[in-house]
Write a protein that binds this ligand. Structure first.
Ligand SMILES: Nc1ncnc2c1ncn2[C@@H]1O[C@H](COP(=O)(O)OP(=O)(O)O)[C@@H](O)[C@H]1O
Ligand SMILES: [Mg+2]
Length: 313
């Protein structure tokens, strides 16, 4: 768990505080997405967890302990950190990069080699093909996968991510958000992720925290923020197409009704209702057959329409 208690930070010479009286709890195993306009204090908040920034007032607790009391170097070894587009050692192989913290912790060579292999598998890179490459031989998306593998290598309970996919092209970014989000939830990591991309926040966060001028404006589940924005500014920030964003958060399987739809296009049960709607619009149909749920099932355009219209809370 990460807990902020009345945390404030004003940089020398700054007119206003970067972060002001911030109270926030990130429960064990949850993914908290900090979102808001540039300069609103997201990165400062994140960097107070691993003590790259020290607060002027208040406390930050990790696993119940005040981070200000321990050795910052030891603290950082227990916290994975993923940054936008940087952080990999350019002259070291992918394997050596992933081995950084395990090496510092004195693991044996054999254990490190096993771990590197497992981490590459985890993030979807074939170990045989990628282990010996250098960062410049990877695409932007692959580099960010290695960054995540490196951050997770020593199995830290906490992961901090600052605009992790900001430098990646949009197609790769979509895949990374979905895949890495699923991995983090499966591993049960406690994650604080900073982003200015509303789709990224909604896809990856179990909770979304909206910040403005150093303060929290709204903190809630993605579904409830989309359904009930705290004010007009939040509503504008989360966008005009809120109904569609909500559909992106619901799986097709939730609207499944029993019965085969033999001639209809198929969609996976875990695909989103937004994808289902896109497929219906593209094919001009009224029904989709759902795969992956065992017994035959389908869903209808009418059911998606009804769901989109419904206030979700
Ligand atoms: N190291 C620093 N020194 C001085 N001012 C800083 C420093 N880091 C951030 N700031 C200022 O603090 C405010 C919040 O910055 P930041 O937390 O980086 O915002 P965000 O990540 O939301 O874009 C901004 O006004 C920024 O200019
Ligand atoms: Mg930032």
């Amino acid at each position: 768990m990460i807990r902020f208690e009345g945390v404030s930070k004003r940089f020398p010479g700054a007119g206003r505080a970067a972060v002001e009286a911030l109270d926030l709890v990130v429960p064990e195993g949850s993914v908290c997405a900090l979102i808001g306009p540039s300069g609103c204090g997201k990165s400062t908040t994140l960097r107070m967890v691993n003590r790259l920034v020290e607060p002027d007032r208040g406390r930050v607790l990790v696993g119940g302990a005040d981070v200000a009391r321990g050795d910052p170097v030891l603290l950082r070894r227990r916290i994975g950190y993923v940054l936008q587009g940087v952080g990999l050692f350019p002259h070291r192989s992918v394997a050596d990069n992933i081995a950084t913290v395990p090496g510092l912790l004195g693991w044996t060579r054999a254990r490190i080699a096993d771990r590197v292999e497992a981490m590459l598998d985890l993030v979807g890179l074939d170990p045989a093909a990628y282990r010996h490459r250098r960062p410049h031989e990877l695409s932007g998306g692959q580099r960010q996968r290695v960054g995540v593998a490196r951050a997770l290598a020593a199995d830290p309970p906490i992961l901090l991510m600052d605009e992790p996919f900001g430098a990646v092209d949009p197609v790769a970014r979509d895949r990374l958000q979905v895949e890495i989000g699923a991995i983090l939830r499966r591993l049960g990591k406690t994650v604080l992720i900073v982003t200015h991309d509303i789709d990224e926040a909604m896809r990856m966060g179990t909770r979304v925290v909206l910040m403005r001028e150093g303060r929290i404006v709204q903190a809630d589940t993605p579904e409830r923020i989309l359904a009930h924005p705290a004010d007009a500014d939040v509503a504008e920030f989360v966008g005009q197409d809120r109904a569609l964003r909500r559909l992106a958060l619901i799986s097709a399987g939730t609207l499944a009704v029993p019965g085969a739809a033999p001639d209809a296009p198929t969609i996976a049960s875990e695909a989103s209702l937004r994808d289902a709607l896109a497929l219906l619009l593209a094919t001009g149909g009224e029904r989709l057959a759902i795969t992956g749920d065992g017994s035959p099932a389908h869903l209808t355009l009418a059911a998606i329409r009804a769901r989109a219209a419904q206030a979700s809370d």
